[in-house]
Ligand binder design. Structure first.
Ligand code: GLC
Length: 471
């Protein structure tokens, strides 16, 4: 089985969010199962600058009245082949996204990917597309390449990592695409890349079973629920894993002291002490909440805003939160830090190393998301013996087993409604359990660490789907 993953980001080369972690890990897991999985990405400036890739050849694609140069470069990371699409015009920029011509940039990318396949001579059985940036590929493949025998047999899988970002652009973009009009390109008087991917691929997937069911509804579907409904019988939810080698408290070089399930009590204690020190907080034995997140509406920070001060007044909990994003949330963090300097600290920005220290050093990891297709933070937290406190949505619901006070079962804490009071109640439950039921807490920590978060089971499910469509 030969599979070419196409995405707009991948660890370790270019990362803004969870998609990069998936593309950095799933192909590796598939390779371990004998599948020839490779990856194709834009050759962003930050990758190019590293000078790690080798030139493979070039091609041209027609876009916006021009023949555009497509350079193809290759590199290998931990056994996986990565190919990069080079274009000075479209990708040699500081950021990944957020430019006025993003629609044109990724339309170019989608055209270029198919030409690059010829350059490298790797004709996969399946092209596995991810998120809106790759949504045109299944359509371009069908309309412009069907007369090539090597391309004719290629099947496509389209994975949705977040349905909120759909790639909507004015319809007059049709003029630069040089493609026949199709109803699958257009949505609400716009070009909608995601709609195209959903309708033109052989199989559609998303990153958890619960999110799959959610996006079929008006509440979560961002208007594409109806389109997804048309693909109901080809639509699957497969939960993400995490890279269990990279995220391993026994070997993680970023944390203060390594530990495993056997010495987790002393290991976490040492990490917590050092983390509190680093952030200038006293080390008493009180529950420590952590958060590592992009600060956008999706992440449910607004639920915390009306209740954090209450929790600070009426409990002994402390907070260390990290993230960057919307001004309103950053300001909230900074205000709390200024008002409660002995209880609340924040790190505005993102650092891998500090993030790992927070995962290892905290007791409770906050993730009250409004919606969460899968979420990786909660799994990393559990692997480090930090109990996630999540809202029951998407992958959070599928991966965190809530604490049952009567049986002692569970791997974290959760609440249902998107309401601050519900969040506050479960924060107090976590605080009281930490303060008063040390044995129950220790058991939860071990249960969380003992779960399997590897990619193996999910990689098997993808392989099954690939087989199903290529038979
Ligand atoms: C997006 C989603 C996140 C998911 C990730 C990887 O970033 O918001 O929930 O874990 O994609 O699929």
């Amino acid at each position: 089985m030969k599979v070419l993953f196409v995405a707009s980001e991948s660890a370790p080369y270019a990362k803004t969010g969870g998609l990069a972690d998936v593309i950095g890990a799933l192909p590796k897991a598939l390779k371990e199962k004998g599948c020839d999985a490779r990856v194709m990405l834009p050759y962003y400036k930050r990758i190019k600058e590293k000078n790690i890739a080798e030139y493979q050849g070039y091609a041209y694609v027609k876009i916006a009245d021009r023949m555009e140069y497509v350079g193809v470069f290759h590199s290998n990371f931990e056994g996986v082949d990565f190919y990069f699409i080079d274009s000075d015009r479209y990708f040699n920029r500081d950021g990944l996204y957020g430019y006025g011509d993003d629609g044109e940039r990724f339309a170019f990318f989608d055209f270029a990917v198919l030409e690059a396949i010829k350059v490298i001579g790797f004709f996969p059985d399946v092209i596995h597309c991810n998120d809106w940036q790759t949504g045109l590929i299944p359509y371009v493949l069908k309309t412009n390449y069907h007369y090539y025998p090597e391309f004719e047999r290629i099947k496509t899988v389209y994975s949705i990592h977040n349905i909120q970002y759909q790639g909507n652009f004015p319809l007059d973009m049709m003029r630069i695409l040089y493609m026949p009009y199709s109803n699958s390109l257009e949505f609400d008087n716009c070009i909608n890349f995601m709609k195209t991917g959903i309708l033109e691929s052989n199989i559609v997937t998303t990153v958890s079973e619960t999110y799959k069911n959610e996006v079929l509804t008006d509440e979560f579907g961002y208007h594409l629920n109806f389109i997804l409904g048309l693909r109901y019988f080809d639509f699957y939810g497969i939960v993400n894993g995490i890279d269990v080698k990279k995220y391993d408290p026994a070997t993680d070089p970023n944390i203060y002291q390594n530990y495993s399930i056997k010495n987790v009590v002393s290991g976490k204690k040492a990490n917590k002490k050092a983390l509190l020190d680093e952030f200038g907080l006293n080390h008493e034995d009180v529950p420590l909440f952590g958060l590592v997140s992009r600060l956008v509406e999706q992440k449910g920070i607004e639920l915390l805003m009306p209740i954090i001060e209450d929790v600070i007044y009426y409990s002994n909990a402390k907070f260390i939160l990290m993230g960057s994003g919307d001004q309103i949330y950053e300001d909230f963090f900074k205000t709390m830090e200024a008002k409660h300097p002995t209880r609340f600290k924040c790190y505005i920005g993102y650092s891998d190393a500090v993030a790992q220290k927070i995962y290892a050093g905290c007791d409770i990891f906050l993730m009250p998301s409004k919606f969460e297709p899968c979420g990786l933070g909660q799994m990393i937290a559990m692997r480090y013996g930090t109990l996630p406190l999540v809202r029951e949505t998407g992958g959070l619901k599928d991966t965190v087993q809530p604490y049952n006070e009567f049986t002692g079962e569970g791997t974290g804490f959760s609440f249902g409604g998107f309401r601050s009071v519900d969040c506050k109640d479960v924060m107090y439950l976590a605080i009281n359990t930490y303060n008063e039921k040390k044995d129950a807490w220790a058991k939860l920590v071990k249960q969380a660490m003992a779960k399997d978060y590897s990619w193996s089971a999910s990689a098997d499910k993808y392989l099954e789907l690939y087989k199903k469509i290529t038979l």
